[in-house]
Design a protein around this ligand. Structure first.
Ligand SMILES: [Zn+2]
Length: 347
């Protein structure tokens, strides 16, 4: 197949719902807004979302380690506030999605819908009452940890170096998982260590999402999931979002390319079935400039985006078509599978 032109890719995507299950959108937006810049989403991000044909972006509430623990709650609320202000400034272009009905509305009105999700529950500290407050603000995803320890659980390491013995969920972590599902939120196990992962699996009989993780069988980093974990997620009706970060794509950065990402999708299909694969690109090329030394030190090298941003999702589509994936397969991976898990938990 010759290189598909943009027009052809748009025809492929136009009847799809395109969803990115993980993007640190508000981390960027809040920093820029603190410098007095407004309409950050509309100016810097919306053109890329639209060029790629994205309908729904799951924005994490991500906190740099330098702000922990004292500033976690305030920074999280600042990020939520930033989103609300951006929606006011860009009325008719973006909206917050709190349930599946909102997602349908965003699609019908040709707005980009934003779903809010924790990437680490540090903003709660050890106060379970705050989970309800964040639910009311519109947060629907609960990633228990980033790659560090907090009151709920222990994050997995980026490198295979031994960091000492790690634990599973704490009592508080178990309370968070239980209440999250009661409220109508979903648990996100990306970044959680193996012990915590299995604790969640033992507790939950609803879909669990790994928003941005790949296969450990292909890239042997602890941030990725082994085959038993993939099977367990599929058995609960969950999904795994394909991560485009080089460090999660391949063991050697020289091998981190789109063909390698397709290998991850092949492997997920073999182990879990096609219905459990989603996209959680975690585009970070424009974000590492903000990272503290403390967080950069946690990584063996600063990763790069294998797919070059939302506007270039067509590069992956082209590779999947070449590999024999049908338009119907791609439609499932690019949004439908995630939305099925979302509806089953959030409603
Ligand atoms: Zn992450």
């Amino acid at each position: 197949m010759n290189k598909l032109d943009i027009g052809e890719l748009h025809k492929i995507h136009q009847n799809f719902t395109l969803l990115d299950a993980h993007f640190d959108l508000l981390y960027d937006v809040e920093i820029q807004r603190s410098l007095g810049i407004k309409k950050v989403i509309e100016t810097d991000h919306l053109p890329n979302f639209l060029a790629g044909g994205f309908n729904i972006i799951v924005s994490s509430i991500f906190l740099d380690s330098k702000d922990l623990p004292e500033m976690a709650l305030r920074k999280a609320l600042d990020q939520v506030s930033a989103l609300y202000q951006e929606i006011d400034e860009s009325a008719g272009k973006i909206m917050l999605c709190k349930d599946y009905h909102d997602i349908q509305q965003a699609i019908a009105e040709k707005k980009v819908g934003i779903v809010l999700s924790f990437e680490g529950v540090e903003p709660l500290y050890d106060d379970i009452n705050l989970l309800r407050v964040f639910y009311e603000l519109g947060v629907r995803g609960v990633g228990l940890t980033w790659s560090r320890r907090n009151y709920a659980a222990d994050g997995c390491t980026f490198s295979s170096e031994n960091r000492g013995r790690q634990g599973g969920l704490t009592e508080f972590g178990r309370e968070v998982v239980k209440l999250a599902y009661e409220l109508g939120m979903f648990i996100d196990v990306s970044h959680l260590n193996d012990e915590g992962f299995w604790d969640v699996m033992d507790m939950v009989n609803k879909p669990v999402i790994a928003s941005h993780s790949n296969c450990r069988a292909i890239a042997g980093i602890m941030r990725n999931l082994n085959d038993d974990q993939l099977k367990a997620l599929a058995a609960k009706g969950g999904v795994v979002g394909l991560n485009a970060a080089s460090m999660l794509a391949a063991n050697d950065k020289e091998d981190a390319n789109i063909a390698k990402l397709v290998e991850h999708i092949d492997h997920m299909r073999e182990i879990m079935g096609l219905e459990h694969i989603a996209l959680g690109f975690d585009f970070c090329d424009n974000l590492f400039k903000y990272s503290s030394e403390e967080d950069l030190r946690k990584m063996p090298y600063v990763p790069f985006d294998v797919v070059k941003g939302h506007a270039r999702v067509g590069d992956l589509t082209e590779a999947l078509l070449k590999k024999g994936y049908s338009r119907e397969d791609i439609k499932l991976i690019y949004g439908e599978n995630y939305l099925r898990a979302f509806r089953a938990t959030v409603g």
